[in-house]
Design a protein around this ligand. Sequence first.
Ligand code: FAD
Length: 338
Amino acid sequence: MAAAIDQSQYRNVWVYIEVGEEGPRNVGLELLGEGRKLADAMGQKLAGVIIGEKVAGLAKEVFAAGADQVYLVEAPELAHYSTDGYTAVFTDLIKQYQPSVILIGATNDGRDLGPRIACRIGTGLTADCTGLGIDEPTGLVAWTRPAFGGNLMATILCREHRPQMGTVRPSVFKRPVPDYSRTGEIIHVPSTVQAEDIRTKLINIVKVCTASCNLEEAEIIVSGGRGMCKPENFVLIEELANVLGGAVGASRAAVDAGWKPPMHQVGQTGKTVGPKIYFACGISGAIQHLAGMSSSDVIIAINKDADAPIFKRADYGIVGDVLEVLPLLSEEFRKIKP
Ligand code: FAD
């Protein structure tokens, strides 16, 4: 454990902006919305941290989502995420600028990066949060996350160490509406990382995940459960997703049965999603499934059991056999597709 530190030296809220092929990933922008609330409550600034190669152009998105500042580290060695490179850069940034709070998306990269930085700095990290707030008596960030298999929610404070750090599940929070009239300060920080410091070499990128499994970014998700009856029937889910330009989700029952790979699982032990429209097809609506999709804007359920719990959460319900209803929906949506 690190020695006692002067906490008054640590100021401002940082959000790690993970960069994908098409710009900042949604989760970073979602966290800027929450970070803004925390920063305002603490009377401090909100900053986005962008690491990569030729990524300066992304700063405007980060300001539009609420940041006052952007810490920008650019170098050819940082063109792609690497554990060694990004950990070293982020750790150096923290030592130099001493933020009070750091929010990181609980993505594959974020789950790799967050704990390593916390360990290097000697602070704590609350992983996989689903709620953020301010603990009134102490003014500390209150990090909320499921514990004991989701049977209770734990709220954790980081009293002794700084920065206060947490990873937060994608799609738990909504992206703020961008305000492109906002601007801010860009702080260019030179990278101290050399190519030889990075022990892994990126040789090739093989995409196993197509648009159909990009659940965290999808605006429409069509999910199937045990009610799809057999794996071949998932073609009906894929067809509807395809017509609507959406992604394919699955319940844990469907994943455990080997009908879809785990990367499609929605729920407490799968992905948390928040699309504009979520179709739950042959899914009963167990609490662990709802935990991953109930922040969807509109939920449409198809189930042959009119008493299935999913109908209590659904905005629209179709009582019927998925094997009959899904082809009809695909056919009708295909007609109105622009
Ligand atoms: P079922 O509960 O079996 O429901 C199938 C539904 O399909 C029924 O409502 C039935 O009426 C309907 N149906 C059947 N045939 C048809 C048809 N032809 N047409 C229309 N409807 C039909 N689950 C998750 O999904 N995600 C998680 O991340 C997750 N994590 C978990 C973590 C823990 C610690 C635990 C204990 C459980 C977790 N579960 C999770 C499992 C969860 O409790 C449920 O078992 C699971 O969600 C059930 O999946 P299902 O709805 O597909 O299957």
